[in-house]
Ligand binder design. Structure first.
Ligand SMILES: NC(=O)C1=CN([C@@H]2O[C@H](COP(=O)(O)OP(=O)(O)OC[C@H]3O[C@@H](n4cnc5c(N)ncnc54)[C@H](O)[C@@H]3O)[C@@H](O)[C@H]2O)C=CC1
Ligand SMILES: O=C(O)C(=O)[C@H](O)COP(=O)(O)O
Length: 405
């Protein structure tokens, strides 16, 4: 079996090579000639998987080690009877970590307090829900705009998706002090997201608002965002991970963003590993259905061994400042988004070519998820805050041990 895999899929060779011959390629520049003789194609978000790429090839299975699938022509795959799997939720924790690192950065560098602001989330999928639960766990006032999930919730024939989540209209989210964007990029349907954060929408945003954009570039009208920033005399804080037209990025927007990163919100070490692993498990299931003699249990166990532990297993936090600062210091010890911002700005000073964006992603300095680390504080309330953003704590550990006794 010939397997073509994106070179940026961690562990691809180690996991897949017992199933066939693995060839690693640059996903951005993949051509139909390269995939012609492949049976399996494994991609990331930079490869447009279309009829043009696959027609006439031997490909029978496509796997994308990503949450988003806007780069995949799903109707074509169905029409061509090509099996498909993606990795829903693989990096939801990573994106949530990114959001809280961005907010911590704004608190520490600009004294932008967010803990007491109203929080609005667009999109209540795997990412939006994870982010929501963290804010709710911190005691924040959170609301959500997701018309599809809201419809599901009010459908009497389906189970309510969450008892406490508060769905509101987009305008209500836009009036919040912190706005987190976690919707997919869609161009059609009842609620397309392309340019959803339009000039009209941006007019509803109040001075001092923080926007975290970690869904897809293209959801925000970037020129309108720059104009709104100007109208508010710069009193609009932007944490920008995704950009319209990647790998090209809008240099004017880069200039005004508080944090600018090259689409790496999902790039925790564990999130990327889980992406490969989920695709691997999807391929094993597909092959086992074809009666290839694969034992699913054995393959699943093999896969689990590929998930890394974190580098920092334990940190002690002195309880000096206010809780927002204590939380920020713990978060920044594990992942300070400012390092990714600094790297991007430094590289763009050297070279503004589009290839810089992909270089930064390919050479990403790995980071661990908060959930790989235990925090010690001397305050039970501080412990609860760290637990809300997914750290383990000594008191959580003690209560688990006592529970088992
Ligand atoms: N920056 C990064 O590194 C990453 C970005 N992403 C992006 O984040 C998106 C969300 O991820 P998940 O939550 O895992 O996806 P998901 O598919 O689990 O959830 C997406 C949610 O968005 C909702 N939605 C769709 N159209 C909407 C609209 N017009 N307004 C409001 N909500 C709408 C859907 O109903 C769904 O609940 C992905 O599609 C992907 O594009 C995902 C992972 C990493
Ligand atoms: O999972 C998604 O969706 C993402 O946005 C990924 O983090 C994107 O990573 P690449 O596939 O572009 O490496």
């Amino acid at each position: 079996m010939n397997i073509i895999a994106d070179e940026n899929m961690p562990n691809a060779e180690a996991l897949f090579s017992h199933l066939g011959q693995v060839t690693l390629v640059n996903g951005r520049t993949l051509t139909s000639a390269l995939v012609k003789n492949a049976d399996v194609l494994l991609v990331r978000s930079v490869t447009k998987v279309t009829e043009e790429l696959l027609a006439g090839s031997a490909v029978k299975f496509v796997g994308s080690a990503t949450i988003g699938v806007d780069h995949i022509d799903l109707p074509y795959l169905a029409k061509a009877s090509i099996a498909f799997t993606s990795a829903p939720g693989c990096n939801a924790e990573a994106v949530a970590d990114y959001v809280f690192s961005g907010l911590s950065h704004l608190y520490m560098t600009k004294k932008q307090s967010w803990l007491t602001k109203k929080i609005g989330i667009v999109g209540y999928g795997n990412v939006g829900k994870t982010v929501y639960q963290r804010f709710a766990g911190l005691g924040c006032d959170v609301c959500v705009y997701d018309p599809f999930k809201e419809m599901e919730q009010s459908d009497p024939n389906r189970n309510a998706i969450d008892d406490n989540v508060r769905f509101v209209g987009l305008d209500d989210v836009l009036a919040c002090g912190v706005i987190c964007l976690h919707a997919p990029l869609t161009a059609s349907g009842d609620y397309p997201t392309q340019n959803m954060i339009s000039e009209q929408a941006l007019a509803l945003i109040a001075p001092g608002t923080i926007i975290v954009s970690a869904g897809r570039g293209g959801i925000i009208d970037e020129p309108a965002l720059i104009e709104r920033h100007r109208q508010l005399n710069g009193n609009l804080h932007l944490v920008m991970d995704v950009w319209k037209g990647e790998p090209s990025i809008n240099k004017d927007l880069l200039h005004i963003a508080d944090i600018a990163t090259p689409h790496i919100a999902g790039y925790s070490k564990q999130g990327r590993e889980k992406g490969t692993l989920m695709v691997y498990q999807g391929l094993c299931q597909y092959l086992s259905k074809l009666n290839s003699g694969l034992s699913l249990d054995k393959e699943a166990v093999l896969g689990e061994t590929f998930l890394s532990k974190g580098w920092l297993s334990h940190i002690n936090i002195q309880n000096y400042g206010c809780f927002e600062e204590v939380l920020a210091r713990g978060i920044q010890a594990v992942y300070d988004v400012a390092r990714d911002d600094a790297r991007l700005r430094f590289k763009y000073r050297e070279n503004t070519a589009d290839s810089t964006f992909d270089w930064l992603r390919k050479h990403y300095v790995e980071r661990d998820e908060f959930n790989t680390c235990t925090v010690s504080t001397d305050d039970i309330k501080a412990d609860r805050l760290f637990e809300a953003v997914s750290f383990s704590t000594d008191s959580l550990h003690d209560s688990l041990v006592n529970h088992k006794k």
